[in-house]
Design a protein around this ligand. Structure first.
Ligand SMILES: Cc1cc2nc3c(=O)[nH]c(=O)nc-3n(C[C@H](O)[C@H](O)[C@H](O)COP(=O)(O)OP(=O)(O)OC[C@H]3O[C@@H](n4cnc5c(N)ncnc54)[C@H](O)[C@@H]3O)c2cc1C
Length: 258
């Protein structure tokens, strides 16, 4: 379900959002920074009048039957129950006070009479300073039989956390079997991400999602981004197969690139 906004509605909403009152931070939260991939909606708005409509409110691919064209911006609602009574506002992590959420979010067309069942809230991640504390094998630097898995290692995201769990489990088992620990190559997403944890600057370490920029560069890669990413993904699948044979890992499937 989408709530389309025209230019005037968007500008009114944006002005209210940047001027709205936020929750006060606790003293222990002072100095904490936001995770760039999951910014509060008012923080995005503060970065400029167009940031939201090129971000979570991007109207690309959507058609507004009333204005018979592409809306200026759009708020997407995701259903949360079978009856279609509850909706989540996509991309609306927020640290606004609850009264401000009611006031500002009701400016969105279609939500003037919305009932707020649960308010937006900020969450805090706890994570290790990975470059100081763990290796790319996810083994603790100071204790060989201690491994870390999931988001606490400094990776971020569902797949990344599961991948870190896989590596930690694999290496814990190999340690018990007195086998060499596995370090995935930096040409593979999982290896590039874990190498980043080990090698990042510890003075400004922040959680990291997997992304093509982490992969070891490819000197003869195509210039077009789409082609380059495909080449990197194909290289990764080949390298994974090769690495699995060397490290004696069994792969259920190497899958397709896309
Ligand atoms: C609101 C929100 C939206 C998100 N959206 C996305 C998304 O769209 N895509 C995406 O890829 N990622 C998303 N993430 C991030 C993603 O959820 C996490 O990166 C991932 O779930 C982390 O997995 P994990 O298994 O490492 O940790 P968790 O899923 O946090 O699991 C840790 C578990 O340990 C339990 N636990 C904690 N302390 C103890 C203890 N002392 N004893 C026993 N158990 C304990 C907790 O209860 C929890 O069940 C989102 C996160 C949030 C908060």
């Amino acid at each position: 379900m989408n709530c389309p906004l025209n230019k005037e509605e968007y500008e009114r909403f944006w002005s209210a959002l940047v001027g709205a009152e936020r929750f006060q931070r606790h003293p222990f939260e002072e100095g904490a920074s936001f995770f760039e991939s999951c910014l509060p909606v008012e923080e995005l708005a503060r970065r400029g009048p167009d940031t939201l409509r090129f971000g979570p409110l991007r109207p690309v691919g959507l058609y507004d039957p009333c204005s018979r064209g592409r809306p200026y911006a759009v708020v997407q609602l995701r259903p949360k129950d079978r009856a279609g009574h509850l909706y989540n506002m996509v991309g609306f992590q927020t640290g606004l006070r609850q009264a401000e959420q009611r006031r500002v979010f009701r400016l969105i067309p279609g939500l003037a009479a919305a009932h707020f069942v649960r308010y937006g809230a900020m969450h805090r991640n706890t994570f290790l300073n990975a470059p100081r504390t763990i290796f790319a094998t996810l083994q603790a630097r100071v204790r060989a039989d201690l491994f870390f898995a999931g988001q606490i290692t400094g990776v971020e995201g569902y797949v990344e956390s599961a991948a870190a769990g896989l590596v930690a489990g694999l290496n814990a088992a190999r340690l018990i079997q007195r086998r060499e620990l596995v370090r995935f190559p930096k040409t593979i997403a999982i290896g590039a991400l874990l190498a980043h944890l080990e090698g990042a600057d510890p003075d400004c370490f922040q959680p990291m999602n997997v992304n093509f920029g982490l992969l070891e560069s490819m000197p003869d890669a195509p210039r077009r981004r789409r082609d380059r990413n495909r080449a990197l993904a194909e290289r990764a699948l080949g390298e994974l197969q090769r690495f699995a044979n060397i490290a004696n890992l069994s792969l259920a499937s190497t899958g397709r690139v896309w």
